[in-house]
Structures are given as C-alpha cells and as structure tokens.
Design a protein around this ligand. Structure first.
Ligand code: ATP
Ligand code: MG
Length: 216
C-alpha cells in the first residue's frame, strides 16, 4: 500500500520552506500523496493573525500544479483546538491499520513534540519524517534528549527501505535546509520589502490582493 504524507502547519503564510520539505519527503519516501492540513486553532501558539479562509486559499494556490499535493481542511472545520494526534487517528481510522502514514515535520517542531497533546501516541499512529531546519541543531538520534529519546515504540531509520511499517519509524533528512520562516516573511511584508521567491508568486499575489501582513 503506497505511503502518504501529512504536512501540518499554521501556514501563515505557506512558503517555499514548507513546499520543499513536502517535495523532498515525497521523493525520498515515495509518497503517493501529501496532505497539507492547515491548523485551525493551533494549541501551541496564539491565534494565527490571518483568518482560516485566507490561510486555506494560500495553501490551495501554493500546491496547485503538483498532482501529489492535496489540501485537507478538516482541522479548520473544528471549533475546538486541533490536535495532530486526533487528525492522525482519524486518518488511521479512514485508511486502515496497514496504511503507512508519514507525519512530516521540521526539526524545530520535532523537538517540541513532548509538549504536544498525547504525544507518545503519535509514534503508534504514524512514522515521522524530520527535515533539518537552520537554527535547530538536530543531526540524528544522538542529538535528542529525554523525554523524546526515551519515548517507546519508535526506531530511527536511514531510508525508506528500513521503514516499511505503517507507523513507529523516525527518519531525518538533512539535505539543503532552507532558512525561510513565515515569521520572517511577515516581517518583510510589514516593512514593505520584497518577499518574492521566498514563496510562490500565486501566494504573494493573493497576499497583496487582500492586503494581508501589511501591518505589524
Ligand atoms: P512561523 O514562523 O509562523 O512559526 P513557520 O515558517 O515555522 O511559521 P509553521 O506553519 O510554523 O511555519 O510550520 C509548519 C511545519 O513546517 C513545521 O513542522 C515546521 O518545522 C516546518 N517548516 C517550516 N518552515 C520550514 C523550513 N524552512 N525548513 C524546514 N521545515 C520547515
Ligand atoms: Mg513555526
């Protein structure tokens, strides 16, 4: 059964760092599909400054033209906080026990896992693919500390051939990290500098059309 990827985020706005992460993992892991799942009300941070409808539309525009990428709006439709563990449990229930699922994360997000709701269960529900990110030191399993290090039921693998199960593997990709963040892009736009080439033109056009991020 071909594996799928799950790319969560606030996407405020979506940018080239997100898209490269998803594309690199799709190739490395032979993902049949990557589901971009924008967070509704992220439990870890303040309410995103941009309305869910705008964030969803920016994701739609960013992934148009990539037939492996799709958007899944389920977290935005919830009124209560969206927990990744609930989303993965729902996908698991829909697709069955044998479906390999890869949760795609940047290294910064991976290192915060122990603060996520019911985080140990994430390893029972999915494999986790981590992309190196500038500013976060993560070179491999030796760089992680307790409680993440001690989390039962996961094993580090070097490539997709070692990870043929539906869940429980952790893989790190370190090729070509991109130092792009939504925070930096919001800052650039608030200063009325150019953010071109940090995110797709179609997203930037949408931002200008709706005057998003024009003020701090
Ligand atoms: P913000 O600056 O608002 O936190 P962000 O750029 O970190 O935005 P998020 O929506 O917070 O984007 O991130 C969603 C996911 O994408 C996280 O797993 C994060 O680690 C990952 N990610 C974002 N940008 C990059 C990048 N440049 N390289 C690798 N991973 C990234
Ligand atoms: Mg972030």
């Amino acid at each position: 059964m071909p594996p799928i990827g799950v790319m969560g985020g606030t996407f405020d706005p979506i940018h080239t760092g997100h898209l490269r992460l998803a594309e690199d993992m799709a190739c490395a892991l032979d993902l049949d599909r990557v589901l971009f799942i924008p967070a509704g009300q992220p439990p870890h941070r303040g309410t995103p400054r941009t309305a869910v409808g705008h964030r969803l539309e920016m994701v739609r525009r960013a992934i148009a033209g990539n037939s492996r990428f799709a958007v899944d709006a389920r977290e935005m439709q919830r009124t209560q906080p969206s927990y990744t563990v609930d989303t993965l449990a729902a996908l698991r229930a829909e697709r069955g026990e044998r479906q390999p699922i890869w949760l795609l994360l940047g290294a910064d997000a991976f290192l915060t896992l122990p603060s996520w709701h019911d985080w140990r269960r994430l390893f029972d529900l999915a494999n986790i693919a981590v992309a190196a990110r500038p500013g976060t030191h993560l070179t491999g399993p030796d760089a992680i500390t307790e409680p993440l290090k001690g989390a039962a039921s996961h094993r580090w693998v070097a490539d997709k051939r070692q990870a043929n199960g539906p869940a429980g593997s952790v893989l790190l990709r370190t090729a070509l990290p991109l130092d792009i963040s939504a925070t930096a892009i919001r800052g650039i736009l608030a200063r009325h500098d150019s953010a071109r080439y940090l995110l797709p033109d179609a997203v930037l056009d949408y931002i200008h059309e709706h005057q998003l991020y024009a003020h701090t």
